[in-house]
Write a new protein. Structure first.
Length: 317
């Protein structure tokens, strides 16, 4: 197939090193003309993908499993470009008396929305690890959900709009804590977990779970026309991710003075490739995510890994 004959495959990508080679042209696709656009604001990329402006996109897993359980016309491949441990993303005012998870019971905690994947993981972790159930907290979000969900009996979730950022509203005393996917820009907050890195490393050693927030997701109509796109996109994402891992190991490439020591510490805890793509090696994280989605009322019907991800060849190098 000549380059002029290749179908276009548009990708709403995340703004990170694992997608950068797809966006800057270092990684190309053989049978498709890849047009990858990085979105610094994840939500904007998700919305544009949902609106059909892109054939595929890095998409919220909480939203995806909820939509897929309602037979929405999407299909994901097992490419997980956004992962974070979420103990670090529970924030309180720096003068707050809250010091440990159990103290969140009865408190007012704001989230971006019940379908935000960072919140999904945090609620599941609080329940599994600390016995703080979703029903124990008074949840608040700034806008209504776009899906009708049946939340667990006893769950209190209110919609309280506001013009300020969630962190600013917390610092003014409107909420006791916030759970958000990125660090607040304001000053005056601290993490609930004072030594969150140690807690997260212990969590990984015990559970084998490195939480994933996004997956590469297609409009089903595109895959019906071009079924080979799924495998070729997987291969391209894998090549891009491996380039990013190679760059991580290069102390000259990074702006961080102690980059190599950080790299060595991560290798010792998470192994050579914590950003593993494919189902194999990710079963624990995916099973936990699906269980949390079910327990927290996101699913309209039971879902399995096989329901959510296309089965494709999974080379890792």
């Amino acid at each position: 197939m000549s380059e002029d004959q290749r179908p276009v495959l548009s990708l709403a990508a995340g703004y990170h090193l694992r997608a950068k080679p797809l966006c800057d042209g270092r990684v190309k696709m053989k049978n498709f003309e890849l047009k990858a656009v990085p979105f610094q604001e994840d939500g904007a990329g998700h919305e544009e993908f949902l609106a059909g402006k892109y054939d595929t996109g890095e998409f919220s897993l909480a939203n995806y499993v909820a939509l897929k359980s309602r037979d929405a016309p999407f299909m994901a491949i097992p490419v997980f470009p956004n992962r974070k441990f979420r103990h670090s993303y529970i924030f309180v005012p720096e003068n707050s008396p809250l010091k440990e998870p159990a103290q969140l019971k009865g408190k007012k905690v704001v989230i971006l929305g019940w379908l935000n994947t960072a919140g999904l993981w945090a609620r599941g972790m609080l329940s599994d690890e600390y016995g703080v159930k979703p029903q124990d907290i008074h949840w608040v979000m700034p806008r209504k959900m776009k899906l009708d969900l049946t939340l667990p009996t006893g769950t209190r979730l209110d919609v309280v709009p506001g013009e300020d950022s969630l962190a600013a509203r917390m610092l003014k005393g409107e909420f006791d804590a916030i759970i958000v996917p990125d660090f607040p820009e304001e000053n005056g907050w601290r993490r609930l977990f004072a030594d969150s890195k140690t807690v997260e490393q212990d969590f990984f050693r015990r559970t084998g779970v490195f939480p994933t927030s996004h997956a590469i997701t297609f409009h089903s109509s595109y895959l019906e026309r071009y079924p080979a796109a799924a495998q070729e996109m997987f291969n391209a994402c894998l090549e891009a991710k491996n380039l990013a891992l190679r760059d991580d190991a290069d102390a000259t490439y990074s702006n961080f003075a102690w980059n190599r020591q950080i790299w060595e510490e991560q290798q010792a805890v998470l192994g050579a490739d914590p950003w593993k793509f494919g189902i194999k090696g990710n079963e624990k994280a995916l099973d936990a995510l699906i269980r949390y989605a079910d327990e927290q009322g996101l699913l309209a019907k039971k879902m399995t890994i096989a329901d959510l991800f296309l089965q494709i060849d999974e080379p890792q190098s």
